[in-house]
Design a protein around this ligand. Structure first.
Ligand code: B4P
Length: 190
């Protein structure tokens, strides 16, 4: 089983590149951002709670996202593998994911870390905000807060996966196809 963590700051291209990896390797895509946005669109209690955090560029509480991932893993027991996109985002989320995956004997194969310059992240997100209607992409100070939260709470995850030999840096600057090619090369060797 191939289980990939697609990692990087907001705007690094995680969602974009996940589409290529799904096609190439036949994996199931689990994006906590997409799952949360669908809860918001459905006006569920979970969605209403999550919206308060997401609109400010803050992380949604760990127990909420871990619960969502657990139910998706339970619902896809026959999968060839998963792409975790935007999850884990804290060390506690990573530990919880390991517990869930170890129950099935299928650990994380690799953490693919997309590296993109800060100004490029801001430009990409502001330009998506003009067409997507995503409230967290509309305002530069919210985008900057998301990048700060990433640096403080999510970046330390590299030190969680590195000693396990699972961390791989990927240059996330360039065209979408160029970056997809770099990712493919790394994943084929896992
Ligand atoms: P996400 O949905 O994960 O949003 P994101 O970090 O902005 O990444 P996304 O995948 O959407 O963007 P991408 O880099 O692909 O999270 C949203 C919010 O949900 C978080 O702030 C948090 O509140 C909450 N949340 C989600 N997961 C959570 C968790 N685990 N724990 C707690 N809270 C959680 O791409 C961005 C743009 O760049 C796109 O428009 C794309 O077209 C463009 N782009 C991509 N590659 C490009 C390239 N090579 N060149 C030019 N443009 C490119």
């Amino acid at each position: 089983m191939l289980n990939l963590v697609l990692f990087g700051p907001p705007g690094a291209g995680k969602g974009t590149q996940a589409e290529f990896l799904i096609k190439s390797f036949g994996l199931i895509h689990l994006s906590t951002g997409d799952l949360l946005r669908s809860e918001i669109a459905g006006e569920t209690a979970l969605g209403n709670e999550a919206k308060n955090f997401m609109d400010k560029g803050e992380l949604v509480p760990d127990e909420v996202v871990i619960g969502m991932i657990k139910s998706k893993l339970d619902a896809n027991k026959d999968a060839k593998g998963f792409i975790f996109d935007g999850f884990p985002r804290t060390v506690d989320q990573a530990k919880a994911l390991d517990v869930l995956l170890n129950e099935n004997g299928t650990p994380i194969s690799g953490m693919l870390c997309l590296q993109v310059e800060k100004q490029e992240l801001i430009d990409r997100l502001l330009s998506r905000g003009k067409v997507s209607g995503r409230s967290d992409d509309q305002n530069q100070s919210i985008i900057e807060n998301r990048i700060t939260v990433y640096t403080e709470k999510t970046l330390p995850l590299i030190e969680y996966y590195k000693p396990q030999g699972k961390h791989f840096d990927i240059n996330g600057m360039g065209t979408i196809e160029e970056i997809a090619g770099r990712l493919q090369e790394v994943v084929e060797k896992l």
